[in-house]
Design a protein around this ligand. Structure first.
Ligand SMILES: [Zn+2]
Length: 593
């Protein structure tokens, strides 16, 4: 992957303004020093999404999302860090120079060719044959607004319609050849798509990268054909419709996966907008990873025939292995979601979506088990357990087992046993048996606040206070993983005469949840007193808590120790005890200056 020069990142950081950028997605109103609006990351009716222009950070008090400008772009456009930098650089005309001139031209030509093709296909709807297609789509219940929104078009019944048009535009021949839109035959190149209803397929950022074509009044046995894979189109990663629906996926936190273009379009038009389609390929791990960026829940709504049911189960297991608990929408025998809406309107389908069932239940119900034959149940359960054995996360695995037990009426322990026999080397069973230790929740919450406060004090205006933390804080004392990794990003800035730059720290924090935590801690920091006294108090209490924890665990170990080890432990205990007694004097010299 191409690297981006540090100075470009710096230039982007100093050029962008968070209010401008977020203002393009959210209507912001000024209230006091901050701006407020409706959060784009969760459903809400009263604004709890706040932007702090001084700190150049945002924070939602409803769902907890937060970060700097670059993080906002990453979150809302689902981009990686580098992509977000490029995106912002382009907006502010900052030269990025990531690719050589030639390759960037090649890629932009591929996009231009697709864009041109989509426009031409749309214009073709005005031809007599095109009007027949419009009529056909309207009859299926798809209205002209939807047709425009999805840029549906028509490829004429000619061998070189698109080829001739692209040639007029002086595209480079390697771009044309690699566009996937032409086939190299005995007599030279010709159009891949002829006499078909055309569905443009876009990438996340809404650039057209391929097409799907459906037959129209011909007896071509291939009902659907797709673009071949190209440098810009990887079938196993792309969802049809995602560029139109990604905002709805995030808002609902649920994705409905369908099989076909027309399923997706029909659902979308009937106000079921959190939908994506796998088209021209089966559901892959990459698809699951892509969905994971937007949603925690997935419902599969494939065709109601046997092929569709089997594909739904296969897709379900791909999702399961990637950390989801997929559910399946039960579609009536021999119909598909598109047909169903055409016949009965959207309500039955909406109910079916609401009442979707889990993968195991679906598989169980659709297998032809003979209840009187124990072998048939045992075979099915073994098949299911084989799939489960690939699930890595022990909690996820346990939840699967519970759910299978419920569906099959088998005992959980029996299922666990079969599973651990299946992969006896793996030790998840012991994890399952382990009881988690009881912790006193109240104490822990109070303690966590202390570590949070430490992060805030790092942004004190007083350089001596920051230096105090730099010289005296020991990360070994910390419990919270998130605070520890935030602190590690701040640490090197603490001995500088300038306050740490919030956005530099923000971009250094790689985990999105930790960034949110950091944004939350820093958002209202101006209201806090961040003095050296507060720092001393905070460090003292953190260290004290650390020493006490250590003391407790040493005392516990006394019970199980042999006598020869006892002495050294007792010495350690007394050392810790005296550190604890002296801790209140530890920082005296800092108070006296
Ligand atoms: Zn929110």
């Amino acid at each position: 992957m191409a690297r981006i020069a540090e100075q470009v990142i710096e230039q982007v950081r100093s050029s962008v303004d968070i209010v401008d950028i977020i203002g393009e997605y959210v209507q912001l109103t000024k209230r006091g020093y901050n701006f407020f609006g409706l959060c784009p990351f969760h459903m809400e009716k009263t604004p709890s999404f706040a932007v702090n222009p001084n700190k150049q950070i945002y924070k939602c008090f409803g769902c907890g999302s937060g970060g700097g400008t670059i993080n906002f772009v990453m979150e809302i456009e689902k981009m990686e860090f580098i992509e977000a930098i490029k995106f912002l650089a382009e907006k502010y005309n900052i030269e990025v120079n990531l690719e050589t001139k030639k390759s960037s031209k090649f890629f932009s030509q591929l996009f231009e060719i697709h864009n041109l093709a989509a426009n031409l296909y749309q214009q073709n709807l005005k031809t007599p044959k095109g009007l027949q297609i419009l009529n056909y789509l309207n009859k299926r219940g798809i209205n002209n607004d939807t047709i425009n929104e999805f840029q549906i078009g028509f490829s004429l019944n000619k061998w070189s319609f698109l080829l001739d048009e692209t040639r007029k535009n002086n595209f480079k021949s390697d771009a044309l050849i690699q566009s996937g839109l032409f086939i190299n035959g005995d007599k030279g190149y010709y159009d891949r798509f002829r006499n078909r209803i055309m569905f443009p397929i876009s990438d996340r950022s809404n650039k057209i990268i391929a097409f799907g074509g459906r037959v129209f009044d011909s007896n071509d046995p291939a009902k659907y054909i797709n673009s071949s894979e190209t440098p810009i189109y990887n079938k196993s990663k792309v969802f049809y419709g995602l560029s139109n629906t990604k905002g709805f996926l995030s808002k609902e936190n649920t994705a409905i996966v369908v099989e076909g273009y027309l399923d997706l379009i029909q659902l979308f038009q009937n106000d079921i907008k959190n939908v994506v389609a796998v088209s021209g390929t089966s559901f892959t791990d990459s698809h699951a990873l892509e969905l994971n960026k937007y949603v925690k829940n997935v419902k599969i709504a494939y065709d109601g025939d046997n092929a569709g049911k089997n594909a739904a189960i296969r897709s379900g297991y791909v999702l399961l292995k990637n950390g989801f608990f997929p559910e399946i929408v039960v579609i009536p025998e021999n119909t598909d979601p598109d047909d169903w809406i055409q016949k009965e309107g959207p309500i039955p389908l909406k109910n079916a979506i609401k009442n979707s069932i889990n993968l195991f239940e679906f598989q169980y119900k659709n297998s032809d088990i003979d209840d009187s034959n124990p072998n048939s149940i045992s075979n099915l359960v073994n098949d299911i357990l084989k799939e489960i054995s690939d699930v890595v996360d022990p909690v996820h695995k346990e939840l699967c087992i519970r759910s299978i037990a419920k569906v099959t009426n088998l005992n959980e322990n029996t299922l666990f046993e079969s599973l651990s026999n299946m992969n006896s080397k793996k030790s998840f069973k012991t994890n399952y048996d382990k009881k988690s230790k009881k912790t006193n929740n109240n104490d822990l919450t109070n303690y966590n606040l202390l570590e949070d406060e430490l992060i805030q004090i790092c942004f004190s205006n007083d350089s001596k206070t920051r230096l105090f933390i730099y010289e005296n804080m020991n990360t070994e004392w910390m419990i919270s993983k998130s605070v520890k990794s935030i602190f590690n990003e701040i640490f090197i800035h603490l001995h500088s005469e300038y306050k740490p730059d919030i956005n530099v720290v923000m971009d250094g924090i790689k985990d999105a949840n930790y960034r949110q935590k950091f944004a939350a801690l820093i958002f209202d920091i101006d209201k806090k007193i961040l003095s050296i006294d507060a720092a001393i108090e905070c460090l003292t209490r953190i260290e004290k808590s650390f020493l006490k924890r250590k003391l407790n665990s040493l005392r516990e170990s006394l019970n199980i120790l042999k006598s020869d080890e006892l002495k050294s432990i007792l010495i350690e205990i007394s050392n810790i005890q005296s550190s604890l007694n002296n801790i209140k004097f530890k920082y005296d010299k800092f108070n006296k200056n």
